[in-house]
Design a protein around this ligand. Structure first.
Ligand SMILES: Nc1ncnc2c1ncn2[C@@H]1O[C@H](COP(=O)(O)OP(=O)(O)OP(=O)(O)O)[C@@H](O)[C@H]1O
Ligand SMILES: O=P(O)(O)OC[C@H]1O[C@H](OP(=O)(O)OP(=O)(O)O)[C@H](O)[C@@H]1O
Length: 241
């Protein structure tokens, strides 16, 4: 296949046909990693089959054709999904509301909870500190987190000033190594906290992944985008039935 053609087929099928790549394709931004795994059955139910290269872990391709002629997928980091969609570089995307809360982009509309990527955003600290700590007495707190904006807003709401140290992963190491005594991070089973001697002391928000849409794109291409929202809604309903 030449560089400017893609393996495409009729919507809802996996039939392969060579057609030229076009500029007016709808772009769906998907996160790498755990969300993508949970998302695959919903994609299939919505009638989206990525080209085979999408499942090749050694591939350096970042944009993928699908069986739907005017829809391509980009695979990016979870925080970057929101940025691509907010700037209109992608029309649609899938992102956790942890990411959406952190950026709070007005350009993003999140019409559908996909019910995947379930976890919570919490404040945690060493178990020994948790036994005697009284968060209602704090006026200032130092926190290691991937979510500085959410953290500052959470504490500011009750008059506590949060000083955030930005990390991109492995937040649970920060208290043991003396970086900060508290962290704000995602918790699902709680096993990462437990393995690192930490306990949850405050719940900030429940987290799930959402289908997101660029608001300007929704205005200019309402029929196509509404159709995709409905297809994903049907996929979510079928999964829950
Ligand atoms: N333990 C978890 N259980 C369920 N969902 C989670 C969990 N951790 C993260 N998530 C959800 O998955 C999204 C991506 O998670 P995470 O940041 O761990 O992935 P990643 O592949 O490491 O991303 P990146 O490399 O882009 O930072 C989060 O924004 C959140 O919505
Ligand atoms: O409560 P648990 O089930 O243990 O899940 C929580 C862990 O999952 C996420 O990390 P991830 O595994 O994505 O690694 P990361 O630190 O690289 O983000 C999160 O940042 C926690 O560390």
């Amino acid at each position: 296949m030449s560089a400017d053609t893609r393996a495409l087929g009729a919507p809802g099928t996996n039939q392969l046909v060579d057609v030229p790549a076009v500029d007016d394709q709808l772009v769906l931004a998907l996160p790498k990693g755990r969300i993508l795994k949970e998302l695959r059955p919903l994609l299939t139910h919505a009638g989206i089959v990525p080209e085979a290269e999408f499942d090749n872990e050694d591939s350096r391709l970042l944009r993928f054709a699908t069986n739907v002629p005017n829809l391509s997928i980009i695979r990016v980091r979870s925080f970057d999904v929101a940025t691509f969609v907010a700037f209109g570089a992608a029309h649609l995307g899938v992102a956790g509301n942890d990411v959406l809360m952190e950026f709070d982009y007005p350009e993003i509309y999140a019409p559908l909870d996909l019910g995947i990527g379930k976890c919570r955003l919490s404040v945690a600290e060493p178990a020994a500190l948790g036994e005697s700590d009284d968060p209602s007495r704090w006026s200032h707190v130092r926190v290691a987190t991937k979510y500085p904006e959410v953290t500052k807003r959470h504490f500011a709401a009750r008059g506590v000033q949060a000083e955030c140290v930005k990390l991109n992963g492995a937040m649970e190491l920060a208290p043991t190594l003396g970086l900060c005594r508290r962290i704000v991070d995602l918790v699902s089973t709680g096993s990462t906290l437990k393995a690192n001697g930490l306990v949850e002391i405050e719940h900030i928000a429940d987290v799930t992944s959402r289908l997101i849409v660029n608001r300007a794109a929704f205005k200019t291409r309402p029929e196509e985008i509404s159709r995709w929202i409905e297809r994903f809604r049907e996929a979510v309903n079928a999964r829950q039935a």
